[in-house]
Design a protein around this ligand. Structure first.
Ligand SMILES: *Cc1c(COP(=O)(O)O)cnc(C)c1O
Length: 395
């Protein structure tokens, strides 16, 4: 049975903290801007050193401001424990390295975040770890790719260029029966719309940089899961690779986290409205948005997610040059990487080999921000009319 998280409850989790007398009832957690913690007596110091993850000794292990954010994210995720990192990639690389040893094999979806794939293909491979990349939409295909030495199944659902899904419950069941650890990058859905731990996935990673922060001013990442698996990461990759989140960043992210459910509902509504409008435009061949009934995996999306965020793509029969000229004319959609902030963004590139619909020449990705959806739709239409008129005049 699928257990979807209760969206309403997340509002309370995000907004509420119990009264804490240690901080004089302060509404925010103070920023413990300190690298180390000192002791009055040597015995206490020695004792604290026995438990670097729970006592306060050094901020590369445990800082109260960062820990506050970690506990909050674990609660939202339905996980026993979370650790926050300096970036999404720091979290992802730590999660992968915590699982694999020389001689192991990894199965990874081929539409996963580019640097994640590069890390597996060009970096971890140096230590004798091999990776098979595959589509991931068919659990049978994943099952067929598993080998006796497969130790990690790395998922990203939905993916963030083509918005393909994996069946998380089926993948978790399959992996568990073979003693394989599952890791998912859940950045697109956030814990508000998808809670993979409840579906049996072992470790969930997010780029906090995107929706969880939501302010486009901080980099961060998080790994969540069981005390056993995340505790091991805390002792090893967190401490030894040292890509930790600073207390200041944790405090900034805390501000963003308060409004995460609220912001996502807005991104969802506007994202669907803009996507529906685009689906009727002649320059759009196919929309890739899991929240639309036209998405081939819409039923699965409804089964394992409670909503959709504001990032999606479309394939166009127009050339990359035409779509970039259109992007140049957009006023509210700014040209740039990343997403998840309050601002709308656009990128345009070639249609991906092997996945695009026949006739597609370009792939455009839009992030629908918190502006008026009506303004955004008018912006898209006006820019298209101008770009088309210019192309006509140039003919
Ligand atoms: C941005 C992103 C990452 C990497 O996060 P950083 O914070 O930039 O290191 C990982 N996965 C996905 C899906 C992303 O969009």
């Amino acid at each position: 049975m699928t257990t979807l998280g209760d969206r309403e409850k997340l509002y309370t989790s995000a907004a509420h903290d119990p009264f804490d007398g240690r901080h004089h009832g302060s509404i925010h957690i103070p920023v413990y801007q300190t690298s180390l913690f000192s002791f009055e007596k040597y015995d206490e110091f020695l004792q604290a050193n026995q438990d670097l993850q729970h006592r306060h000794v050094y901020s590369r292990g445990n800082n109260p401001t960062v820990r506050y954010l970690e506990d909050k994210l674990a609660e939202l995720e339905g996980a026993e424990m979370s650790k926050c990192f300096a970036s999404g990639m720091a979290a992802i690389s730590a999660a992968i390295l915590s699982v694999v040893r020389a001689g192991d094999h990894v199965v990874c979806v081929d539409q996963a975040y580019g640097p994640t794939k590069q890390f597996l293909r060009d970096y971890v491979s140096r230590f004798g770890v091999t990776t098979t990349f595959l589509d991931g939409r068919s659990t049978e295909e994943i099952a067929a790719a598993l080998r006796p030495n497969t130790k990690l199944l790395y998922l990203e659902s939905p993916t963030t260029m083509l918005f393909q899904l994996q069946d998380l419950e089926a993948c978790a069941r399959l992996a568990r029966s073979r003693g394989i650890v599952t890791v998912i990058d859940g950045t697109w859905a956030t814990p508000v719309f998808q809670q993979p731990i409840r579906l049996g996935i072992d470790l969930v990673v997010h780029s906090i940089t995107k929706y969880i922060s939501g302010q486009s001013d901080s980099l961060g990442g998080v790994v969540s899961g069981s005390k056993e698996l995340v505790g091991r990461i805390a002792d090893m990759e967190y401490m030894l690779l040292g890509g930790v989140m600073t207390p200041f960043t944790a405090a900034q992210v805390e501000r963003g986290l308060r409004t995460l459910p609220l912001r996502l509902e807005r991104h969802e509504g506007s994202g669907l409205a803009v996507a529906e409008h685009l689906s009727r435009q002649p320059y759009v061949l196919r929309i890739n948005h899991p929240g639309l009934p036209s998405h081939p995996q819409h039923e699965l999306a409804k089964r394992q997610m409670t909503g959709s965020s504001g990032l999606f793509s479309f394939e166009s029969g127009e050339s990359v040059e035409t779509m970039r000229a259109w992007a140049d004319r957009l006023r509210y959609f700014r040209i740039g990487v990343s997403w998840g902030g309050f601002e709308s963004l656009v990128t345009a590139g070639p249609a991906p080999n092997g996945y695009a619909v026949p006739g597609a020449r370009s792939l455009v990705r839009l992030h629908v921000g918190l502006e008026s959806a009506d303004d955004l739709v008018r912006d898209l239409d006006r820019a298209w009319a101008e770009a088309a008129a210019e192309a006509e005049a140039g003919r």
